[in-house]
Design a protein around this ligand. Structure first.
Ligand SMILES: Cc1cc2nc3c(=O)[nH]c(=O)nc-3n(C[C@H](O)[C@H](O)[C@H](O)COP(=O)(O)O)c2cc1C
Length: 140
């Protein structure tokens, strides 16, 4: 888990593709320059760490459970994710996560490509995630 304290302020950035790659366990194996810029970490700080290093507490568990089910099953997952920067600010991404397959169609890792999410998608998902988070808190 990350020790970053969330700050209720959005980090705004321009488009361009944010890329990361992980192994089968979700440990980061590659981070492009845009990912470093948007997350606030250097590539050295990211590589070798679990991808949950940028997990935001406002994200419901169920979203990641569904995501893992989908990509482990060999399918692509698309979704809007709120992430936590190193400085505590949050940023929204419109993500596509895909399994990387070898010549025998075995999954060897995962790759994520993201861009800035639209204001409409952010608003819709912010409301949905707040309800999901509330439901998850009541299940405990
Ligand atoms: C390629 C790839 C990209 C991911 N990108 C993110 C991301 O941007 N933000 C995030 O919170 N989790 C991301 N995850 C999911 C994390 O591995 C993790 O499941 C999630 O942060 C929830 O943390 P937890 O499993 O410790 O509860 C990604 C996973 C993979 C395989």
């Amino acid at each position: 888990m990350s020790k970053v304290t969330p700050v209720d302020e959005e980090y705004i950035y321009e488009g361009r593709v944010i890329i990361s790659q992980t192994d089968l366990q979700g440990i980061i194996t590659y981070a492009n320059r845009k990912f470093c810029e948007v997350s606030g970490y250097t590539a050295e700080e990211l590589v070798g760490k679990p991808h949950s290093i940028i997990r935001h507490p406002d994200m419901p568990k169920a979203v990641f459970a569904k995501m893992w089910d989908t990509i482990k099953g060999g399918q692509a997952w698309n979704g809007i994710v709120k992430n936590l920067r190193k400085d505590g600010l949050y940023y929204w991404v419109d993500s596509e996560i895909l399994p990387i397959l070898d010549d025998d169609f075995q999954v060897t890792g995962y790759i994520a490509a993201r861009k800035a999410a639209s204001r409409k998608d952010i608003k819709e998902n912010e409301e949905l995630y707040a309800k999901m988070l509330q439901a998850e808190a009541q299940e405990k």
